[in-house]
Design a protein around this ligand. Structure first.
Ligand SMILES: Cc1cc2nc3c(=O)[nH]c(=O)nc-3n(C[C@H](O)[C@H](O)[C@H](O)COP(=O)(O)OP(=O)(O)OC[C@H]3O[C@@H](n4cnc5c(N)ncnc54)[C@H](O)[C@@H]3O)c2cc1C
Length: 398
């Protein structure tokens, strides 16, 4: 693998970075304090949408897509450079479900009509998406889902319940997995649909997180009529498309570069913090912990680039075991980062909204939230199972 970037790529990185540095000056104060603020707080959501429009106007949400669907036909590697810069500046403006998961899936699996119907809206940041997959009885074992879609004329009628639906209360559209053939076992009878969240019969109920923020929802579907034209791919073949969607989610470059930014900030805080008249950066335990985080972030970043490199060479879909490994590496490092940060900050790490809270109480929030990323998009245990079967060639154990 060649780790060097071309002068053009470096120039692009600078252009992205200059843009975010300027624009992020207008971010609401809560923006950087929690991963979930974007969906939970009105000011953050409005800022996110405004940023999305600005990025869309530059064509940066859809650079690698074909021009006919609102893209710039740019090399995939440029999109990853963008994601890395955007992660460092804490993620404003990119719909993780629409831009990062659904759009690449549509490019591979959807009909031309569906691509024309949805991709330009995503590229222009005019439609935000949510992922309607997990159910109360189907998470890790997603193939056991029971939400039912029955074909009636030119519509499917859908009944069931979804849960942990991130950002459903903000979304315009959702991508849904539902069972179209109850006779078929597991993934084989499942189909992939696109659904307008304003369709009658959809009820969204909030689920508040441990620290009180609103990211998750329950979504109830009662006789929801979805036009047959919103079925992506073949009926009963949605499982394959959903596996692709999952791999797009897992190169993790944004999370590694987000952590790099957090580390830079934590180091600055340590340089300013004194205990007993001495700055804590003189303490060997603090120094070694910071060094360990720096090592792991850099190693993770390199690994994410190798995932990207493979995608760049072999097509849009990351190889499953590498994407799964990147997910474990990034999300477990994220958890270690905030646990370590809390230990360094000491008792102040438990202070939330107070003038005494370092970094606006971020560590108090992140300490409670960070473990959730180990589960979202597939738990670490399931990711390790994928590494075993797809990467190491071990037999399935379940
Ligand atoms: C931050 C976050 C965001 C999310 N966003 C969305 C969203 O937008 N849309 C959506 O549809 N879903 C979403 N989810 C749901 C997520 O996909 C599920 O929580 C996840 O797949 C795990 O399913 P579960 O919660 O039912 O746990 P379970 O599947 O019940 O797992 C419970 C425990 O058992 C372990 N386990 C289960 N099976 C095995 C096995 N075979 N081998 C080893 N261990 C196993 C798991 O690792 C876990 O520790 C989100 C979750 C989180 C935390």
């Amino acid at each position: 693998m060649d780790f060097r970037f071309t002068p053009e790529e470096e120039a692009l990185r600078k252009e992205f970075d200059d843009f975010f540095r300027e624009e992020m000056k207008n971010a609401p104060p809560e923006w950087g304090t929690s991963m979930e603020a974007m969906f939970g707080l009105d000011a953050c959501w409005q800022f996110h949408k405004k940023m999305a429009k600005k990025l869309a106007a530059k064509g940066w949400l859809s650079r690698p897509w074909p021009r006919e669907y609102g893209g710039l036909d740019a090399p995939l590697i440029e999109q990853f450079i963008f994601s890395e810069v955007q992660g460092y500046h804490r993620g404003a403006g990119v719909d993780p479900w629409g831009v990062q998961m659904l759009a690449p899936t549509l490019l591979v699996s959807a009909s031309d009509e569906q691509k024309k119907e949805h991709l330009p809206y995503i590229a222009r940041a005019e439609r935000f998406w949510t992922q309607l997959w997990s159910e109360p009885g189907a998470g890790s074992d997603l193939a056991s889902l029971t939400t039912r879609a029955v074909k009636q004329g030119d519509h499917y009628v859908v009944n069931g319940q979804k849960i942990w639906t991130s950002g459903a209360h903000r979304a315009d559209w959702g991508f849904l997995l539902a069972r179209t053939n109850p006779e078929e076992k597991r993934g084989r009878g499942i189909s992939f649909f696109l659904v307008d969240m304003k369709t009658p019969g959809i009820t969204i109920r909030p689920i508040l997180s441990l620290e009180g923020s609103h990211l998750f929802n329950e979504v109830f579907l009662d006789d929801v009529r979805i036009p047959a034209g919103n079925l992506v791919g073949e009926e009963n073949q949605g499982w394959l498309a959903s596996q692709m969607t999952s791999n797009f989610e897992r190169s993790m470059i944004m999370l590694f570069s987000f952590l790099k930014r957090e580390l830079d900030e934590l180091i600055e805080l340590c340089k300013e913090t004194k205990i007993g008249g001495r700055v804590i950066t003189e303490d060997p335990i603090v120094r070694h912990r910071l060094a360990q985080l720096a090592i792991e972030i850099e190693a993770g970043r390199s690994f994410a680039y190798s995932v990207v490199w493979n995608q760049h060479k072999g097509g849009l879909v990351a190889s499953g075991h590498m994407a799964a490994a990147a997910k474990v590496l990034a999300t477990e490092l994220n958890q270690r980062f905030f646990y370590t940060g809390c230990q360094i900050i000491g008792m102040y790490g438990q202070v939330g909204e107070s003038r005494w809270a370092p970094l606006q109480g971020k560590y108090e929030k992140e300490y409670q939230q960070c473990v959730s990323l180990n589960m979202g998009g597939g738990t670490s245990e399931i990711m390790r199972n994928l590494v075993c079967t797809l990467g190491l060639g071990l037999p399935r154990s379940w």
